[in-house]
Design a protein around this ligand. Structure first.
Ligand code: CUA
Length: 474
């Protein structure tokens, strides 16, 4: 011990009406530091305490927490008004021998000595400086736990994203939905890590040592923490609802050339009607990269249309006024399974249907096959081909002049061509006009307007049907 420290005798004012309180503390301090290093004064009343505070100017004031005659507020306001830095602690001596220092910790006698030791090291330091040591420890724990949270989040997110929780993506709606799913996976990983890492870290790091009997620190509340843990989840939920609403709108964008299909559910099967083609099918066949507008209805109870690969889902409700719509843009050729996603009775689990997403050509071929199976009359079939292939948007059926000549009365007539010659409009002429449209241009019509591709688009049988139909337009 050097000279200057020896010269300074620490002055401790003990305020308590109970003489045993002062004696007990005096003994603790005396044993630790020796009688010559510390000077004690006992004050047994409020007035005495304040008088000693002014006249004697102690380094440390110890107030008996359990003594109701010492008014702590009055004492502290007097103390704060003074200009000398001092330390004040509220102490309660308990029958067990423990020293309770309020607003701090419950200490065992051994720990109390260490704590007293700390008090003497820096007797006149301001209070904030005393706090710096535990604060540094807290920051260290927070940094370590924070890093563990980050590592755990990324590992969990990687696992969630790679264990195949989501089926294959077969529609553009699925891309949108999966974006949300992935955001949710990330937050699930983050929240799980946030909770589990802090619990696990605390279990390991703050475990009580062998023989340790003391209580943990007492916290009455932490406004900052409570505000943070209210605002962050609130903001997260609001952000998700906003993103969710936008994504929902994105999955419902309507395209004008959507294929119409009416879906009817009943106990326990599905049936699909294609009103544009007059087809009724037990399989849902869809062309790739073209939007389908499903109109869903039910004959009996509530069913639900769900193809997991398309992600979107919609109930099919009984009742003519309750037709629900669902838009899907299939973007992957393949065969999928339609499931009923609403418990609808005994065979609900078997209420499945085959969904085929096929190329445009395969879809056209399927339509042709279905339609020709439906229609035995070549004229009726021909009309269907004319409608489905856009013929009648250029060739009117009522004699009006569109891009090409009208079909009304076109067959069996003498036709004047652009070169001035005439030709009889027989089957051979009509056939040539379809498969080789620029060979003979009718007078008054521009050349090279009609595509020369119908010989590939249509089968010979379909062309024969078309000719049969044209001959009936009178
Ligand atoms: Cu229909 Cu379940």
């Amino acid at each position: 011990m050097d000279h200057s420290q020896q010269a300074h005798i620490h002055r401790v004012l003990i305020a308590s009406a109970n003489p045993l309180f002062g004696k007990g503390l005096q003994k603790l301090y005396g044993e630790r530091w020796g009688k010559n290093a510390v000077e004690f004064i006992l004050a047994s009343s409020m007035g005495e305490t304040l008088a000693k505070l002014d006249s004697w100017q102690p380094d440390l004031v110890i107030v008996d927490y359990d003594d109701k005659t010492i008014h702590r507020e009055e004492f502290l306001s007097h103390f704060i008004a003074g200009d000398r830095p001092m330390q004040v602690v509220l102490v309660s001596l308990q029958a067990s021998g423990a020293v309770v220092v309020y607003d701090r910790h419950t200490l065992t006698p051994a720990q109390a000595e260490n704590w007293l030791n700390d008090q003497w090291q820096q007797p006149s330091e301001p209070k904030s400086a005393q706090r710096s040591a535990p604060m540094k420890g807290n920051v260290k724990h927070l940094v370590i736990a924070g890093l563990l949270v980050v590592v755990s989040t990324f590992i969990l997110y990687f696992l969630l994203a790679n264990i195949g929780l989501l089926p294959v993506v077969a529609s553009t709606q699925a891309i949108t939905i999966d974006r949300l799913f992935n955001a949710h996976f990330f937050f699930i990983a983050l929240l799980f890590s946030l909770i589990m890492v802090f619990i696990g870290y605390s279990l390991v790091m703050f475990r009580s040592k062998r023989g340790e009997q003391a209580d943990g620190a007492y916290f009455k509340g932490n406004n900052t923490l409570e505000i943070i843990w209210t605002i962050i989840p609130l903001g997260t939920v609001l952000a998700f609802s906003f993103v969710g609403a936008r994504n929902l709108a994105e999955t419902r964008v309507a395209e004008p050339q959507a294929l119409n299909v009416t879906v009817t559910g009943f106990q326990w099967a599905w049936v699909f009607d294609y009103p544009d083609y007059g087809i009724t099918s037990r399989e849902l066949v869809l062309p790739v990269d073209r939007q389908v507008l499903l109109s869903l209805t039910s004959r009996d109870v509530i069913h639900s249309f769900w193809v997991p690969e398309f992600r979107v889902k919609q109930d099919a409700l009984p009742g003519e006024n309750l037709v629900k719509q669902l838009r899907i843009n299939p973007n992957r050729i393949g065969e999928y399974k339609l499931l009923c996603a609403e418990l609808c009775g005994g065979a609900h689990a078997n209420m499945n249907a085959v969904v085929k997403v096929v190329s445009k050509a395969d879809f056209e071929a399927w339509v042709s096959k279905e339609v020709s199976a439906n229609l035995t009359d070549p004229v009726a079939r021909g009309q269907k081909w004319a409608e489905n292939n856009g013929c009648i948007s250029c060739h009117s059926l009522d004699g009006s002049k569109l891009v090409g000549p009208t079909w009304k009365g076109a067959a069996g007539e003498e036709v004047t061509l652009a070169d001035g010659t005439t030709v009889l409009s027989d089957d051979a002429y009509l056939l040539k006009s379809i498969v080789e449209p620029n060979a003979q241009i009718v007078e008054g019509y521009p050349a090279s307007v009609m595509p020369g591709t119908y010989s590939q688009l249509l089968t010979d049988e379909q062309i024969n049907d078309l000719i049969a139909f044209i001959k009936t337009v009178k």
